[in-house]
Design a protein. Structure first.
Length: 505
């Protein structure tokens, strides 16, 4: 009852004219920022942080939180429309969102992304409101062994799916891990895999550079080849009836939405994990749970719903350790944490008692930001569809320029632009040779998280792998991961024995 009273007071604060205006403005700006390749919520919040000094701290956190939410929604737009991930959190949306757009179902993909984002965000905020302290304590018990086990399970889901060629999947993962290891060694500080002694490799390979190259440049080259110059991007149309039909179709994906929301939220509250691993893991689990895993990557609506519900729930979950423990759950919340310190607020358990108006006003604003992001997103769907009707002779140069800008923005280094073009050619060749690209993207995201967790765990245990089975949470996750890894072998044996009687007949 006390929580409901505090939340009601928070809504009173959130719906003050200034704060409501900041919510709507933040959602609109965030939608644009999320849709622009290379920007994303991190850069958007960082760029606009100085503007918050013009308003009170409560209005400031509400504005930045709305940008965060809007960017989570907006990331799906360029992933679906152009095949270029707006941010790392929207990479998994590209896997099925882009094929849907090419099949004339862009409106359905956009509605699915918006609705799933709304459900994920809503579940995340409700969990945030009800279970903040206990969930924060559980997240705090996750050390290096648990985090490595979680990362291993994410890899295992892609291997255990059974729809792709297993050797090619392993190759794709290993290539991603190699690229993820480029740079300086995390323990010794020694340079490693600095190809041809090029200085640009010292800062590692930025994930967005790989993602934009593989899903932007490679997709454009592939489209040009299969069309032989006569490209018809899409016959997509949009009207009220189709949007309502898409919403009705989404009722069949409720299990995927709930799974993605819960998984994304839990991954989000883990310190330093963020929404990207959550969305990729949700996609893998959804594919693993499906009765038709072979349809994923070809325009399955669940392939849009799972990552979008997960990344929005994860973005809410990432705020929980920031407020309750003073530990950022993602790069964006690290910037929000810095903003709180600048505004004179000390994050931690005492912030709930010392500054209740600030905390509950912020929590209530997340409900409002979630709703306004949904409405703004759906309202702009006709404009997004119009993009698909542009001639490819106009669209291809625009895509190419956006890719170049997206590759340059994260590090402001031309080295990354050249690298992105090379990855585009590599992605194009992988597409021709039928190599799955999703595991490589997963590996370059999770590799830099899994490696330090593995090395820290082995340092703690003196080199013994038993540490992953001695701790309850880590042991459960490791067992699931091992089962997923051996699943293709078990399927092969089962199929072999099942074929023998039929062959005998």
């Amino acid at each position: 009852m006390e929580i409901l009273t505090l939340l009601f007071n928070g809504f009173v604060i959130a719906f003050e004219p200034l704060n409501l205006m900041l919510i709507i403005l933040g959602c609109s700006v965030g939608l644009f920022i999320g849709a622009m390749p290379g920007l994303g919520s991190v850069n958007g919040v960082a760029i606009l942080l100085p503007m918050t000094f013009l308003v009170p701290p409560t209005g400031a956190i509400i504005f930045l939180g709305a940008i965060y939410y809007g960017a989570m929604y907006g990331g799906a737009i360029s992933s679906i429309m152009l095949g270029i991930p707006g941010a790392s959190t929207a990479v998994a949306t590209t896997f099925d969102g882009r094929p849907m757009a090419l099949q004339g179902k862009a409106d359905k993909a956009l509605v699915a992304a918006a609705a799933a984002s709304f459900i994920g965000g809503s579940i995340g905020v409700v969990l945030f409101t009800l279970f903040a302290p206990p969930l924060a304590e559980i997240a705090l018990t996750f050390g290096a062994p648990e985090i490595f086990a979680l990362m291993l399970m994410a890899f295992a889901t892609f291997i255990g799916l059974g729809s792709d060629d297993i050797p090619k999947t392993f190759f794709s993962i290993f290539i991603g891990l190699v690229f993820g290891a480029v740079g300086l060694d995390i323990v010794s500080g020694e340079p490693r895999l600095i190809f041809f002694d090029i200085p640009g490799f010292f800062h590692g390979i930025n994930f967005l550079v790989l993602a934009i190259g593989i899903y932007g440049i490679a997709e454009m080259l592939w489209t040009i080849e299969i069309s032989q110059g006569d490209v018809m991007i899409s016959q997509a149309t949009v009207n009220f009836r189709r949007i309502m039909g898409a919403l009705w179709e989404l009722t069949r994906t409720w299990k995927t939405m709930i799974m993605g929301s819960l998984l994304g939220y839990f991954v989000g509250i883990l310190p330093a994990a963020g929404a990207t691993p959550g969305s990729l893991m949700a996609y893998g689990v959804a594919k693993n749970m499906s009765r038709e895993p072979e349809t994923y990557g070809k325009g399955n609506i669940n392939g849009v719903v799972a990552p979008e519900s997960a990344n929005n729930a994860a973005s809410t979950g990432a705020m929980l350790p920031m407020l309750t423990l003073g530990i950022p759950g993602s790069p964006t919340t690290a910037i929000l944490l810095g903003g709180m310190v600048i505004w004179g607020l000390e994050p931690g358990p005492l912030v709930f008692t010392d500054h209740p108006d600030f905390v509950w006003g912020f929590i209530a604003s997340l409900y409002a930001a979630n709703l306004f992001s949904l409405l703004i997103n759906i309202a702009f769907i006709p404009a997004f569809i119009w993009v698909l009707k542009l001639p490819f002779t106009i669209l291809a140069p625009v895509i190419f320029i956006l890719c170049i800008v997206g590759g340059f923005v994260p590090t402001l280094d031309m080295h990354d632009v050249w690298l992105m073009l090379i990855f585009g050619l590599v992605g194009y060749m992988m597409r021709k040779l039928n190599y799955p690209m999703a595991p490589a993207v997963l590996a370059i995201v999770l590799g830099p998280l899994a490696e330090p967790a593995l090395r820290q765990s082995l340092l703690i245990s003196g080199g013994s792998f038993s540490i992953f089975f001695n701790r309850p949470f880590a042991a459960v996750i490791m067992v699931i991961a091992v089962v997923l890894l051996v699943l293709p072998l078990l399927k092969g044996v089962y199929d072999k024995f099942n074929k023998r009687p039929s062959e005998a007949k």
